[in-house]
Design a protein around this ligand. Structure first.
Ligand code: ASP
Length: 333
């Protein structure tokens, strides 16, 4: 009986799907990315598709790492990584974004600097090729934090960002998923995000998404909401979230993790587990987060079957992963 109890407890702990790697202060830089969390099962992914995801995650990590290695900022590194995922039809962000109930793409993105506390976000944009650049432009070139809809698209055009028509964002796969979801209430999602620590001890977070398949026109998720889908503060952590946005907004997930660290003095790992594996899980809020603190500790914590994710650090950690309870797989440089 005793052994059965121990076995059951281990099973419960193991099935929490939480991965925590501590690097400590010796890591000069750290970059963690995600490409969405959800019901991602090995049996539903062909070897070829799995490889495509792993390769693209590696490419995104290596692009961000190059910037950090050369002494660039965490903001530049996360922007580069997120753009690569936005430009890939594999992920639900930028090209490859899901369709809303009217068959239109409406994308959300945000970015925040842990050094300055500045942030920028766009919501419901449909012409910006890289919504993360639009979020960054709001942060750096406007007096505001969030712009939405046509105003945000107009602003992106005015500051010279690449603009495209709806055919650029169209992918067969997302259209099929739209048709399938129509008349059904199943919610399909996905998102991309990145957090980083640079050589100067500054952390940053960014998130970009097409939202949920068949969402209502005008629906805005957690990804552009500072404190829900994205948050960064050098004193605590940088967080990018993915999952069922309504739960992440209502529970102010990214800021909640930061606040636990700040006011309770607990670690990034403990704070993330508390929020994702206990609080959210208990109310049915599916999803996960990636996080980094200014000491170089990082986490990839999720309560779903899988999360596309990867990490790269100055002291030699290079991994990309998809499923839960998975051995880390190395990236070839
Ligand atoms: N959080 C995103 C949203 O609700 C979707 C996702 O991350 O899967 O819009």
């Amino acid at each position: 009986m005793k052994y059965i109890t121990v076995f059951l407890i281990s099973l419960v702990l193991f099935s929490c799907n939480n991965y925590e790697q501590k690097k400590g202060s010796e890591a000069e830089y750290v970059l963690v990315i995600h490409g969405g969390a959800g019901t991602i099962l090995k049996k539903n992914l062909s070897t070829e598709t799995e490889k495509k995801y792993l390769d693209k995650l590696s490419e995104a990590l290596l692009a961000g790492e190059k910037i950090l290695k050369d002494g660039g900022s965490s903001i530049d590194a996360i922007t580069a990584s997120i753009m690569i995922m936005e430009n890939s039809p594999l992920f639900n962000a930028g090209k490859g974004s899901v369709f809303n109930e009217e068959g239109i793409v409406e994308m959300d993105a945000s970015i925040m600097s842990g050094k300055t506390g500045n942030a920028g976000a766009v919501a419901g944009v449909h012409t910006v090729v890289n919504p993360i650049l639009a979020a960054r432009a709001v942060m750096e070139q406007s007096n505001h934090v969030m712009l939405c809809g046509n105003g945000a698209d107009k602003f992106a055009k005015e500051v010279g960002l690449d603009i495209a028509d709806s055919s650029y964002f169209f992918t067969d796969r997302r259209w099929k998923s739209y048709l399938k979801t129509r008349n059904k209430s199943s919610e399909k999602h996905g998102t991309v995000g990145a957090v980083a620590l640079d050589k100067y001890g500054n952390i940053a977070a960014g998130t970009s998404t097409g939202g949920m398949t068949y969402k209502m026109k005008g629906r805005i998720g957690d990804s552009p909401v500072i404190g829900a889908g994205t948050f960064a503060d050098n004193e605590t952590c940088a967080i990018s979230a993915t999952g069922h946005g309504e739960f992440f907004i209502r529970n102010v997930v990214a800021h909640d993790i930061s606040a636990l660290m700040k006011y309770k003095g607990i670690s990034l790992k403990d704070a993330s587990e508390k929020v994702i594996l206990e609080k959210l899980k208990n109310i049915g809020g599916e999803g996960g987060i990636i996080g980094v603190d200014s000491q170089g500790n990082y986490t990839m914590t999720f309560n779903t079957a899988g999360m596309y994710r990867g990490v790269i650090t100055s002291d030699g950690v290079k991994e990309v992963l998809i499923f839960g309870n998975q051995q880390l797989s190395s990236i070839d440089h």
